[in-house]
Design a protein around this ligand. Structure first.
Ligand code: C2O
Length: 493
């Protein structure tokens, strides 16, 4: 993909934009998070960029080295920054993207502070284009010195590709990180379909909801979770992942994809339970003061003081504009209690019967009746309350109404619908029905149902969601997990 380079003039124009936007929309630039922003726009670049990559890697390495040298009690230490993630990070719900954006902004401000360089911007790792770890973080030494960006616990060595790493689970990384999947993800119209769903049952903005489980949509469930599991070692566990400096490069890329999604004209969620939520004192500013960050203050990267090298300025993702957009609506079409136990290398079938209504509809089959009438709508399968097995080194591929799924069924089979792994579940500490770390997944199955229909396969009465878990160095006992229920839902957006 060609990088868009801006002339100095364009850069100046952009520098002026956030204030113009803020004035136009009446938003205050004095919000707490904005205090971290400086007056020049920091440009986050690809760490492998042939022109800028080497310098930004040197700067990031230096910042991490300084932070690693500080006492753990110092809010600017690498360890203290890690503790923020352990204590507050939401996963598996709609706070995933905004929280990690705020985390990066606060971390980046501290890097800039210790470097005494206000222009410092975090680099990103674009795993769609670059399948191995960026050499700047992948190699144990740099110019004969220990490399502060290296982490010795990783499964991925400097020449291992994500493709090779995910092959351990029979997961095809092309279906996770490849251009076609990223395009499908960017094409989702709904914020929740893109960036994970509202916590189940959420009815106010009290802080207990921050880490309650919603459902993981494609961006989090696939490239996010599988990059953690693919790099593995510290990166593979939610509680240790920020110990690996590649964590911040990975999240920068996810944040870039959110910016790209907005730049392509998609609106953030208009629900005040989302944009009106505040992350209370989760982060520190550069003087060590805790700061509050409201979700709606995170929509415009320019007002936060940064942009990405290859993302055009957003088509305004302000909450005011979003309020006018229709609310996302997930309407349940059919549900089934599963209470199923899944085992490694074995297909677990989770059938959901769908009444096809009239005899005429029944004659057309389930795929025809379930596929949305409007092309704006999508059909989802929700796989709910999936318990976390005692070892998480497992990839689970999901198929729909396949006549006979085996561990070797290829991922380019028309019945393939996506994959999930076990990075982090509900972290609220509240024990759910299937253990406190249970997590739920949302898979857009519209294209799969359409492929089945086009193949001429008639599906009567039920949609069968099939799981195929494959572990790496996981015993059959360690690989068991349970699934609470399955829903088929239609999303209108
Ligand atoms: Cu909060 Cu990728 O993790």
């Amino acid at each position: 993909m060609p990088l868009t380079r801006l002339s100095r003039r364009d850069a100046l124009k952009i520098t002026a934009t956030p204030f113009a936007l803020a004035a136009a929309t009446g938003l205050s630039t004095k919000k707490a998070i904005a205090r971290l922003a400086t007056s020049t726009i920091r440009v986050r670049r690809n760490i492998n960029d042939p022109i800028f990559g080497a310098d930004v890697a040197v700067a990031y390495r230096k910042a991490v080295g300084i932070m690693k040298g500080k006492a753990d009690t110092d809010t600017k230490s690498f360890a203290a920054q890690h503790s923020i993630h352990t204590n507050f990070c939401p996963h598996g719900n709609w706070y995933f993207l905004p929280w990690h954006r705020a985390y990066l902004v606060a971390f980046e401000a501290i890097c800039a502070d210790v470097l005494e360089d206000p222009t410092f911007a975090l680099p990103y790792w674009d795993w769609t284009e670059d399948r191995i770890l960026p050499p700047a973080v992948g190699q144990p030494t740099f110019e004969g010195q220990p490399n502060y960006l290296f982490n010795g616990t990783r499964f991925m060595k400097d020449t291992t590709t994500l493709w090779q790493s995910l092959a351990r689970f029979n997961v095809d990384a092309e279906r996770i990180f490849g251009r076609a999947n990223i395009k499908t993800i960017i094409d989702s119209r709904s914020f929740q379909g893109f960036g994970s769903l509202k916590p189940t049952g959420q009815d106010d903005t009290s802080k207990k909801w921050q880490r309650r489980s919603g459902r993981k949509s494609a961006l989090e469930r696939e490239p996010h979770d599988f990059c953690h599991g693919g790099v593995d070692g510290d990166m593979g566990d939610v509680n240790t992942s920020p110990r690996d400096p590649v964590f911040y490069l990975h999240h920068c890329n996810l944040d870039r994809l959110w910016a790209r999604w907005n730049a392509s004209g998609k609106q953030n969620d208009s629900d005040p339970l989302w944009h009106g939520f505040t992350f209370e004192q989760n982060f520190w500013d550069t003087s060590g003061n805790p700061i509050d960050v409201k979700v709606s203050s995170l929509f415009d990267t320019l007002s936060l003081g940064y942009r990405y090298d290859n993302v055009p300025a957003p088509v305004v993702a302000m909450v005011e504009a979003a309020s006018a957009a229709p609310q996302d609506r997930f309407k349940t079409i059919a549900s089934a209690v599963a209470n199923a136990e899944a085992k490694l290398n074995t297909a677990t079938a989770l059938p959901v019967s769908v009444s096809s209504g009239t005899p005429e509809a029944a004659a057309l089959g389930v795929t025809q009746t379930v596929l949305p009438k409007s092309t704006r709508n999508r059909v989802f399968a929700f796989i709910n309350e999936v318990s976390v097995p005692s070892r998480r080194n497992i990839g689970v591929r999901v198929f729909i109404n396949h006549p006979h799924v085996t561990p070797d069924t290829p991922s380019d089979d028309p019945h393939y619908a996506g994959a999930f792994t076990f990075f982090a579940g509900d972290q609220s500490g509240e024990a759910g029905m299937h253990g406190e770390h249970a997590q739920s997944f949302a898979l857009d199955i519209t294209d799969t149902l359409d492929a089945i229909r086009r193949a001429g396969t008639k599906v009567d009465n039920e949609i069968v969601v099939q799981l195929m878990p494959i572990g790496f160095e996981v015993s059959p006992e360690e690989g068991r997990f349970t699934v609470g229920s399955v829903d088929i839902a239609e999303l209108s957006s």
